[in-house]
Design a protein around this ligand. Structure first.
Ligand code: ARG
Length: 579
C-alpha cells in the first residue's frame, strides 16, 4: 500500500514547491507556514515573510505562488487573500479519499517517525517505606503517556523506575524495628504502605529525639553497607513489600510499569566509589568542607557563591547525585540510550542540571546522547498550597483514587444506566482513572494544578470522562449500523470537512508530543476531535441519511472512534464501549 500522506502535508508540499518556483533560489527552502484557518481550509502565510525579506510587495509574491500552484498537476484551489495570504481549499474528493485511506490503515496514518531511536525514560521513582504521593502520581502518569507515544512512533523505549531503596534512613528504620518489634508492618496487605509510613514517621521522631537511638541507627547503616546478614534481611523485606504496594498502585492506575522496570538506587552501590575516583582523576570533583563535590559554571547561590553538587558527604556516605551519575552512566553504556528522559518534579531542576553537566564533562554523557529533565509542576490543594491532608500529612494516592471512584460513581448514577453491578464497577473504575490521569495530563506539564476531584470527573468540558463519553457515543451509532465503503464522488459538508481535517492532524500531533514531551497537546487534540465530531453530528444526520452520504458519515464515525480510542490509549486511558 502506498504511504498515507496527510492532507496538510500534501498542501504544504504544493505550497513549498510553488514558493521554490516563484522565488529566487536562495529562498527555495522557505517555510510555507501552512495552518488551518477560520477563513479557508488551510492558509499559507509563508509568502508574507519571504516578500519582506526580498523587498517585494507581499501580494505580488502570493499571487506568484498561487499561479505556480495552479499550474501543478493535482492542484488545490487557491487564492490570494488579505495582504498576501494564500488560501487553500481542499477538494471534497481529497477529503473522502483521505478518510478511505486512513480507515484502511491500522495505524491511522501515523508514521514510525521515531524508529531507530532508543529512549530511556526514568519515571515514577517512589521511595521505599514511604507512601506514594501526588508528585509520584504525576511522574507515573506523564511518564506512562510519553513511553506509549514514543513507543507508538517506533522508538525503542526502556522504562526505568528509579525507586529510592537505599540511604541512611534504612539504618533508622531497621534499628527502630529491632527495638520496637510491635511496629512490624508485615502481613498488613493493602495497609502495608500506611504501616510502613507510620513506621517511618515513628523512627524519624525517635531519631530526632534520642541521641542514643540516632547513634545506634548510624551504626545500623554501617552494618547494612557491610552486608550484615540480619540487617540486610530486614532491608530486603522492607523493599520487597514496598515494591508490592507500588505494583498494586500501578495496576490500579493501569500503567505499563512492572517489576522488570525496577532500577532502584541500591543497584548502584558498588559503582559509587568508582564514580568518585574517576571524578577526581578527571579533575572534576574537588574536596570542599570534607565533602566531595563538583561545580557547574553559572550555578551560584544568591550571594554569588558557586553551588556544590554533593557526590560524597562529609560522613563518607554517598548522596543522590552519586547514584544519579552512576545511573546515567549505565544508561549510556549498557542501555545504549540516544535520549534519556527524567520525568521528575520541577523542584529537582538544579540537581539534574548539575548532574548532566558533570557527566558531560567527565565523558559519561557523550555528545550524541541527550539527557533531558522533563519537569512538572506541583499538585495543589483547594487552598492553592501543595496538596496535603488537613493534618499536614501526605495525601495517599490510594485515597485519591478512592475519592475519584466515589465521585465517578455519583456522576454515573445521575446519568442512569442498565449495567449489572460488575459492569458498573468496571465503568466506574475506567472513568475514575481517566478523570485523574486526564486532569494531570491535560494541564501544561510545567504548571501547578489544583487537585479537584469533582471537576475531574465532570462529563462535560475538557475532561477524560467527556472524551470517554464522546467515544462511547460514536460506538453506539456504529452498533446501530456498521460502516460501509466511502464514496469519494460525494460532496462534503463543511462540518464533515472540518472533522476530517482535524482527524488528519493525528500524526502531526503525536510527533509534536514526542518532540516537546508535552502530553497536553494530545489531550487538546482529542478534545478538538470530540468537539468537531459533535458539530458534525449536530449538523449532519448519520443514521437517517441515505446513499453515499450515509456511507461516508458512518466512515467518519468509524475513523473518529478509532482515533479517539487510539489517542486515549496513548494517554494510558481506557475507551470503554459503553459508559
Ligand atoms: N525518588 C525520587 C523522589 O522521590 C525520584 C527519583 C527520580 N529519578 C532520578 N533518577 N533521580 O524524589
Amino acid at each position: 500500500m502506498t504511504d498515507i500522506v496527510a492532507i496538510s502535508a500534501q498542501v504544504e508540499a504544493a505550497v513549498r514547491a510553488a514558493l521554490a518556483e516563484a522565488l529566487p533560489a536562495e529562498l527555495a527552502g522557505a517555510d510555507p507556514v501552512v495552518r488551518r484557518s477560520a477563513r479557508a481550509d488551510f492558509q499559507a502565510d509563508g509568502a508574507l515573510a519571504v516578500a519582506s525579506r526580498v523587498g517585494r510587495p507581499s501580494r505580488d509574491v502570493a499571487t506568484e505562488v498561487v499561479r505556480q500552484i495552479s499550474r501543478q498537476a493535482d492542484a488545490f484551489p487557491v487564492e490570494v487573500s488579505g495582504p498576501g495570504f494564500v488560501n487553500v481549499t481542499v477538494p471534497d474528493g481529497v477529503v473522502w479519499a483521505a478518510v478511505a485511506a486512513r480507515l484502511a490503515d491500522a495505524r491511522l496514518g501515523v508514521g514510525a517517525s521515531r524508529r531507530g531511536e532508543r529512549v530511556v525514560v526514568d519515571y515514577s521513582g517512589p521511595n521505599v517505606a514511604k507512601e506514594m504521593h501526588v508528585g509520584h502520581l504525576r511522574s507515573t502518569v506523564i511518564g506512562d503517556a510519553l513511553v506509549r507515544v514514543l513507543g507508538h512512533l517506533g522508538a525503542e523505549v526502556v522504562r526505568q523506575n528509579h525507586v529510592g531503596d537505599w540511604g541512611t534512613q534504612f539504618g533508622m528504620l531497621i534499628q527502630y524495628l529491632d527495638e520496637h518489634p510491635e511496629a512490624a508492618w508485615q502481613g498488613r496487605g493493602v495497609g502495608t504502605m500506611s504501616a510502613l509510613d507510620a513506621l517511618y514517621r515513628a523512627a524519624r521522631a525517635a531519631f530526632e529525639a534520642e541521641p542514643g537511638f540516632a547513634d545506634r541507627s548510624r551504626a545500623r547503616v554501617v552494618a547494612l553497607q557491610a552486608g550484615d546478614e540480619s540487617t540486610v534481611a530486614v532491608w530486603s523485606a522492607l523493599v520487597q513489600e514496598s515494591e508490592e504496594a507500588f505494583a498494586r498502585v500501578y495496576d490500579r492506575l493501569g500503567v505499563l510499569l512492572d517489576a522488570g522496570d525496577l532500577d532502584g538506587e541500591s543497584r548502584y552501590n558498588a559503582a559509587l566509589p568508582g564514580i568518585v575516583a574517576e571524578l577526581f582523576a578527571a579533575g572534576i570533583a574537588v574536596q570542599s568542607e570534607g565533602a566531595v563535590v563538583t561545580f557547574t559554571d553559572g550555578v551560584n547561590d544568591p550571594d554569588g557563591d558557586p553551588v556544590p553538587l554533593i557526590v560524597r558527604k562529609k560522613d563518607g556516605g554517598y548522596g543522590y547525585a552519586a547514584t544519579d551519575l552512576a545511573t546515567l552512566r549505565l544508561r549510556v553504556e549498557h542501555y545504549r540510550a540516544d535520549r534519556i528522559l527524567y520525568v521528575v518534579d520541577a523542584r529537582q531542576a538544579l540537581h539534574f542540571r548539575m548532574v548532566f553537566d558533570t557527566a558531560r564533562r567527565t565523558g559519561w554523557l557523550p555528545d550524541g546522547v541527550s539527557a533531558e529533565h522533563v519537569p512538572f509542576g506541583t499538585v495543589l490543594g483547594a487552598d492553592g498550597k501543595p496538596f496535603k491532608t488537613r493534618s499536614g500529612a501526605t495525601v495517599r494516592l490510594a485515597d485519591l483514587l478512592d475519592d475519584a471512584e466515589a465521585a465517578a460513581r455519583a456522576v454515573l448514577r445521575e446519568k442512569g444506566d442498565d449495567f449489572t453491578p460488575a459492569e458498573r464497577d468496571a465503568v466506574v473504575h475506567a472513568a475514575a482513572t481517566a478523570a485523574v490521569k486526564y486532569a494531570d495530563l491535560s494541564t501544561t506539564r510545567t504548571r501547578d494544578y489544583v487537585f479537584d476531584v469533582d471537576r475531574m470527573v465532570a462529563s462535560s468540558g475538557n475532561t477524560g470522562v467527556y472524551l470517554q463519553y464522546a467515544h462511547a457515543r460514536v460506538r453506539s451509532i456504529l452498533r446501530k449500523a456498521g460502516s460501509q465503503g466511502v464514496d469519494d464522488a460525494a460532496p462534503a459538508h463543511p462540518a464533515e470537512k472540518d472533522l476530517v481535517l482535524t482527524l488528519d492532524a493525528f500524526d502531526a500531533t503525536l510527533r509534536d508530543v514526542a518532540a516537546t514531551l508535552e502530553p497536553h497537546r494530545l489531550c487538546g487534540y482529542l478534545y478538538d476531535v470530540a468537539t468537531a465530531f459533535t458539530r458534525f453530528y449536530d449538523l449532519c444526520p448519520v443514521l437517517k441519511a441515505e446513499g453515499a452520504a450515509r456511507g461516508n458519515r458512518l466512515a467518519l464515525c468509524e475513523l473518529t472512534s478509532r482515533t479517539l480510542a487510539t489517542g486515549l490509549d496513548l494517554l494510558g486511558i481506557a475507551a470503554p464501549e459503553r459508559l
